[in-house]
Ligand binder design. Structure first.
Ligand code: PGA
Ligand code: ZN
Length: 424
C-alpha cells in the first residue's frame, strides 16, 4: 500500500516541552501518528535531539526548546522521499539512513528520524492488519514484559529530594502482568500514605509519577519502600524486589561521586565498594547506571565484585548504541541494557541493538523517557521484541498509564506469555 502523505507538527510532552509528531497517511485513507519522548537526565552519547535554540521565533515562549527545525526536516526533506513509495518500515529506515548517515542523526535530528520511523512501523502493522506487537513477532507467543516501576524519585526528576534518581520495584513473583500491576498500585498507594503520615511528604509527584519524599540516606529510602511492600501483605524478594536507578552521571564531577543531599563524596573505587555493600544489604535485583557514563573501569570492577545474580543495567553508559554495547560485552562492563528508541533514532536499529544484547545473554529493558507522550507504541515494541522487561515510570500520569493500559490490552487480546526474567 502506497504512502500518500507525510506530515509533521509540533506537540507537547508530559512536561509541557515541545516534541515532534509525525503522521503517515496511506492509500486506504488511514493515518498513523507517532510522537517522540524526551529525556532530562540524558547521556552525552545519545543521538541528537534537534531543538531550535535561538533559531526560532517561538524560542521566546518555549525557552529555545521548540522543535520547528526537526518538524521542517520531516516536511521538506523526508516527506518528498517517502510519498508514493510502498509502506515498509525497513525501507523507510533505510531511506532515513541514506538521507542522514551520521551515527547521531545530527543532520535531520533523531527526533525527526524516530517520529518518522515509528509512524512507519505503525503504518506497516496496519497494512499487514496486525497489532504493532504482532508486526514485530509474526508467529509464536508474544512476551509481555516484567515491569520495573518507580516508587520514590529524586535526582533530575524530583528536585533532588534524593541524590539517586529512582527507587523502583519489580513484581518478580507475579503470575501475570495484570497481577503485577495490581501489586504495584497497592505498594505505591501505601508508600504515599506512609509518606503523608510521616509528615515528610512534599506532595511532589516526580516527572515519571514517582513520589518525591525526602530521606536522609539511600538506605532509609530503601527501607521505606520495603515497609510499603510488607504493609500491603506482599513478600519482599518472593513477590516484589527492589531496583535502583542511580543515574550517577548526574552527580559525578569527573573524579568524584558527590552525594550532596547527604553530604558525602566518594572516589570511583570507594563508590564501587559503597554500591556493593548497598546491593548486598537490600533485596535489590537490578541497579541502573551505578557509575558515570564514561567511568568504564568502575563498571567493570563492580561487575567482578557484585553478586552474580544482580542485573547491572547500562542506560547513560550504553545509550542504545551498538558500539558502546559491543565494548560493554567485550569488557564485561554490565550485563543488561536499557533500550530507549530516542537514544538511537530509528526503530530498526534500536531493535538491532536489542538483538545484539540478547545474543550476548544481556537482559534487555525497554524504557520510556521522563518526558513522555500519550502514545503507547513502547508497550508493543517491548512485547513484540520479547524484551523481557519494561520501565515506564510509575502508575501515575496518563502518559505512563497509556503504556500500562496497552500492556493490559495486549495480555487480554493477544497470544502472550509473562515470565520472571530473574530466574535464569
Ligand atoms: P530520562 O530518565 O528520560 O530523564 O533520561 C530516565 C532514566 O534515566 O532511565
Ligand atoms: Zn536511567
Amino acid at each position: 500500500m502506497k504512502i500518500t502523505k507525510v506530515l509533521s507538527y509540533q506537540v507537547l510532552d508530559s512536561r509541557g516541552k515541545p516534541t515532534v509528531a509525525a503522521a503517515i497517511s496511506l492509500a486506504d485513507g488511514s493515518t498513523h501518528t507517532a510522537r517522540v519522548p524526551s529525556g532530562a537526565s540524558t547521556g552525552k552519547h545519545e543521538a541528537l535531539e534537534l531543538r531550535d535554540g535561538n533559531q526560532s521565533i517561538s524560542n521566546r515562549f518555549y525557552s529555545g526548546n521548540s522543535v520547528n527545525l526537526a518538524v521542517a526536516n520531516i516536511n521538506s526533506k523526508i516527506a518528498p522521499l517517502l510519498i508514493g513509495k510502498e509502506i515498509d518500515l525497513v525501507s523507510v529506515d533505510q531511506q532515513l539512513k541514506e538521507l542522514d548517515p551520521s551515527e547521531t542523526h545530527e543532520i535531520l535530528g533523531a527526533n525527526a528520524t524516530l517520529a518518522t520511523s515509528l509512524a512507519a512501523a505503525i503504518a506497516s502493522a496496519h497494512e499487514k492488519k496486525v497489532s504493532l506487537a504482532r508486526y514485530f513477532q509474526p508467529t509464536g507467543k508474544l512476551l509481555i514484559p516484567m515491569p520495573m516501576v518507580n516508587i520514590l524519585s529524586g535526582g533530575a526528576h524530583a528536585n533532588r529530594t534524593l541524590d539517586i534518581q529512582d527507587i523502583l520495584i519489580i513484581p518478580n513473583g507475579a503470575e501475570s502482568f495484570t497481577e503485577a500491576l495490581s501489586w504495584i498500585v497497592a505498594v505505591r498507594e501505601m508508600a504515599a500514605k506512609l509518606g503523608k503520615e510521616s509528615g515528610k511528604a512534599t506532595h511532589l509527584v516526580a516527572d515519571e509519577g514517582g513520589l518525591g519524599i525526602p530521606f536522609d540516606s539511600i538506605e532509609l529510602a530503601c527501607a521505606f519502600v520495603l515497609e510499603s511492600i510488607e504493609k500491603v501483605g506482599l513478600r519482599v524478594g518472593t513477590d516484589i524486589s527492589l531496583a535502583l536507578d542511580i543515574a550517577s552521571t548526574q552527580f559525578f564531577d569527573g573524579s568524584r561521586y558527590n552525594l550532596t543531599t547527604i553530604n558525602k563524596s566518594y572516589s570511583s573505587s570507594e563508590f564501587v565498594n559503597y554500591t556493593n555493600i548497598l546491593v548486598n544489604n537490600f533485596p535489590i535485583i537490578s541497579i541502573e547506571d551505578p557509575f558515570a557514563e564514561d567511568d568504564w573501569e568502575a563498571w567493570s570492577a563492580f561487575v567482578q565484585a557484585a553478586p552474580k545474580t544482580l542485573q547491572i543495567l547500562g542506560d547513560d553508559l550504553l545509550t542504545t548504541n551498538a558500539h558502546r554495547l559491543e565494548r560493554a560485552i567485550k569488557d564485561q562492563s554490565a550485563n543488561s541494557i536499557l533500550i530507549k528508541a530516542n537514544q538511537n533514532g530509528l526503530v530498526t536499529s534500536t531493535h538491532q541493538v536489542l538483538q545484539q544484547a540478547q545474543s550476548a545473554k544481556f537482559n534487555t529493558v525497554v524504557s520510556a523517557r521522563s518526558g513522555e507522550t500519550e502514545d503507547s507504541w513502547l508497550a508493543d515494541l517491548a512485547t513484540g521484541w520479547r524484551a523481557g522487561q519494561i520501565k515506564v515510570g510509575s502508575t501515575h500520569g496518563a502518559e505512563r498509564n497509556a503504556k500500562w493500559n496497552r500492556l493490559l490490552e495486549l495480555e487480554a487480546t493477544e497470544d502472550c506469555e509473562f515470565k520472571n526474567p530473574f530466574l535464569n
